[in-house]
Structures are given as structure tokens and as C-alpha cells.
Write a protein of this length. Structure first.
Length: 365
């Protein structure tokens, strides 16, 4: 290597060492400055630290002594109305009557259905209070995080339902004798009403004069307002004394007092077609064969024919002072007590006369 090249390298190395020296010197100076600054701050904090600054207080301090009212939530409250208010679920106390009254009438929301329950949180309760422009700072609220609220109810029991239908049937029955038995009421669920202060109306879908399956509609009301409607099915047994054949009565035979008897039977057909009074059947003749023990219907017998068209009878006309009898010819057939047309043979006139027996008809003056 030449002499000039060695000299040039040496000068370059010298310049690099000087640059490194200046850089390290500047770093050391900076560190010294930082250390000195930290030391001065620590000394000032240890020996000359000022007291904390207290900000001036403006306005009234809100504390427990400044609450306008205290609200204590009742344990497991139960409400009655359709809308629940704060007064329904809490005890509210305070000296400001207007403020307390405003709190009492804070609407919480719709009540659960009668017999059911629902839960609200204390945050929901606070929102309801704030919604009525009441500051939470003005009240002391003692509430659990979760409030379980139930709805009061009244149960219309199965026995009450039976009694209601029996009373209705008794008031509507068209019979003066006998009895109606209510059985197999077809309603198994609970009848839940919001209040015991209610009335009801019952209507029947069919006649109550015979046994069988009947349908009833019940409407519950309070103060004229509809509460609930139910459709109920029940079996009715109509039991009353009726005329039955004491022995076999053949078609065309007269029905006498000894051929019938009165027994208590369940009526499965329309009562209007059943003979209940012996006077309605005695003296008539059977239109059909009536078996022993069979319930006698109105249509089972008819008035016994005493005279037929062409029969010769005595026409009797009488008063307190006079009695006249002439011959006549019957123009119609009929039974005892019925009016028939009769030709007066003497005057050749047709008159109306009442049948007395198979030989006699009477003209009334």
C-alpha cells in the first residue's frame, strides 16, 4: 500500500471517532438534564406540596334529608285494575301532599290478566317515574331489582256454575209439577273473573220441557260492562208425574179411570204431547194400541164417537118452565159435548145441538 493511501485512511478514521464522541456527549447532556428535572420535582412534592384545591359549591346538596317522599315497594304486590299505578305496588310517604299524590298516580303499565303475574325491574319503575317528570333525586326509592306483580281474581266455581244453571232452569221451566235435574255440565276449566262484584245473564238455546243435551250461554258483566262469555252444555232430566197405561188398551177401546195410573217418569219428548192430567184422557177412545206401562200421549186417544151421520136422535130443548123433545137426524159425527148439525124432522130445519149421549142432543135457549 502506498504512503498517500495510508494517510488518507487515517484521516477518515479520525473524523469518524470525533463524530461518535460528539454524539455520545450530547446524549449524556440530555440525560443529565432529565435527571436534574426529576429530582427537582420530587423535592418540591416532598417538601412544598400545596393542599388540594376545593371547588366552591353552588346550589343545594341532594341528600337523604332533602327527599320529598319515600317510596317503599310492597313485597309481592297484587293489583286489581286493568292499569297498575305506583300506589298499587308501593307505600308512599311525604310531607308534600301534592307531590305524594302525583307519585301515587304514576302509571306503571297494563296489569297482567286476572290470576296471572308479571315482573318488572327497578329500572323500568324509574323510567315510569321519570316519564311523569318526577326527578329521581326528589324521592327515596326502596325497591328490589325485580318486582313480581300479580292480578287479583275471583273464581266462579263449578258448584256456583251448577247452581246458576239450576236456578235458571227452575225459573224457566214450563211445568207446574215434577222436577228438572241438571247433570253432566260440560266445562272443565277455571272461570276466572277480575272481581267478585259481577252479575250474569243466562240464555237457553232450546226448550227446557224435555230431557236431553241442552246448551246455555252465560254472559258475565260488571256495572253493565262485558267481562266474559261462556257456552255451556249440560244434560237435563225432566221428571214429572204422567199418565201411563195400567194394562193393555186396544185400539178403539174407551179409556177409563181404571185403565190408567199416574207414575213419575223422565220425559224425553216435548211435554206438551204428554198426558199429565187423567181428565184429559178418561172418556176418550184409543186411536192406537197402548201397551201396559206406556206413557200416554195426547195423540194416543181421541174423543169417543157417540153419534154418526144419519143417526136418529132426540132433540131436547128445555128451560126452567118448559121441556120440548122432537126427533132429528144427525148430519155429522161427534163425541160427547161436541156440537153437531141436526135436521129437525118436524120443522125440516137444520140446527146446531150439543151431544149428550148416543141418543140425545140438546139445543140451548
Amino acid at each position: 500500500m502506498s504512503y498517500e493511501l495510508r494517510v488518507k485512511r487515517q484521516k477518515t478514521e479520525d473524523r469518524r471517532q470525533k463524530a461518535d464522541f460528539y454524539f455520545l456527549s450530547s446524549v449524556l447532556c440530555s440525560l443529565s438534564y432529565v435527571l436534574c428535572l426529576l429530582y427537582s420535582v420530587s423535592i418540591s412534592y416532598a417538601y412544598d406540596s400545596p393542599s388540594p384545591r376545593i371547588l366552591p359549591i353552588r346550589g343545594e346538596i341532594k341528600n337523604s334529608n332533602n327527599h320529598k317522599a319515600t317510596v317503599n315497594i310492597i313485597d309481592s304486590p297484587s293489583v286489581a285494575g286493568e292499569v297498575m299505578y305506583l300506589k298499587d305496588i308501593a307505600e308512599i310517604n311525604g310531607e308534600d301532599a301534592d307531590f305524594v299524590n302525583k307519585l301515587k298516580n304514576v302509571a306503571i303499565g297494563y296489569s297482567p290478566l286476572p290470576g296471572e303475574s308479571q315482573a318488572i325491574t327497578d329500572e323500568q319503575l324509574k323510567l315510569s317515574i321519570k316519564r311523569d317528570r318526577i326527578a329521581l333525586e326528589d324521592i327515596k326509592l326502596n325497591s328490589p331489582q325485580r318486582i313480581n306483580i300479580s292480578r287479583k281474581y275471583f273464581e266462579f266455581t263449578p258448584q256456583q256454575l251448577r247452581s246458576a244453571i239450576e236456578d235458571f232452569v227452575e225459573s224457566r221451566k214450563d211445568i207446574t209439577k215434577g222436577r228438572i235435574v241438571v247433570d253432566n255440565i260440560n266445562y272443565s276449566g277455571k272461570i276466572i273473573l277480575p272481581s267478585p262484584d259481577f252479575g250474569y245473564e243466562i240464555n237457553a238455546g232450546s226448550s227446557l220441557t224435555s230431557s236431553g243435551r241442552k246448551f246455555f250461554n252465560i254472559i258475565f258483566k260488571t256495572d253493565g260492562k262485558f267481562l266474559k262469555g261462556l257456552n255451556i252444555a249440560a244434560d237435563l232430566k225432566v221428571v214429572l208425574p204422567v199418565a201411563v197405561a195400567a194394562n193393555h188398551i186396544k185400539k178403539g177401546e174407551p179409556v177409563s179411570e181404571t185403565s190408567i195410573q199416574i207414575e213419575e217418569r223422565e220425559i224425553s219428548r216435548d211435554l206438551s204431547q204428554i198426558v199429565t192430567d187423567p181428565r184429559d184422557i178418561v172418556g176418550k177412545q184409543a186411536k192406537v194400541d197402548i201397551a201396559k206401562g206406556e206413557v200416554i200421549r195426547i195423540g194416543s186417544a181421541e174423543t169417543m164417537i157417540l153419534v154418526n151421520q144419519g143417526d136418529v136422535v132426540n132433540i131436547v130443548a128445555e128451560s126452567n118452565m118448559l121441556r120440548v123433545a122432537v126427533k132429528g137426524v144427525v148430519r155429522d159425527k161427534g163425541g160427547k159435548g161436541e156440537l153437531v148439525k141436526v135436521l129437525n124432522v118436524s120443522s125440516n130445519k137444520v140446527i146446531n145441538a150439543k151431544i149428550i149421549d148416543s141418543n140425545t142432543v140438546r139445543v140451548e135457549f
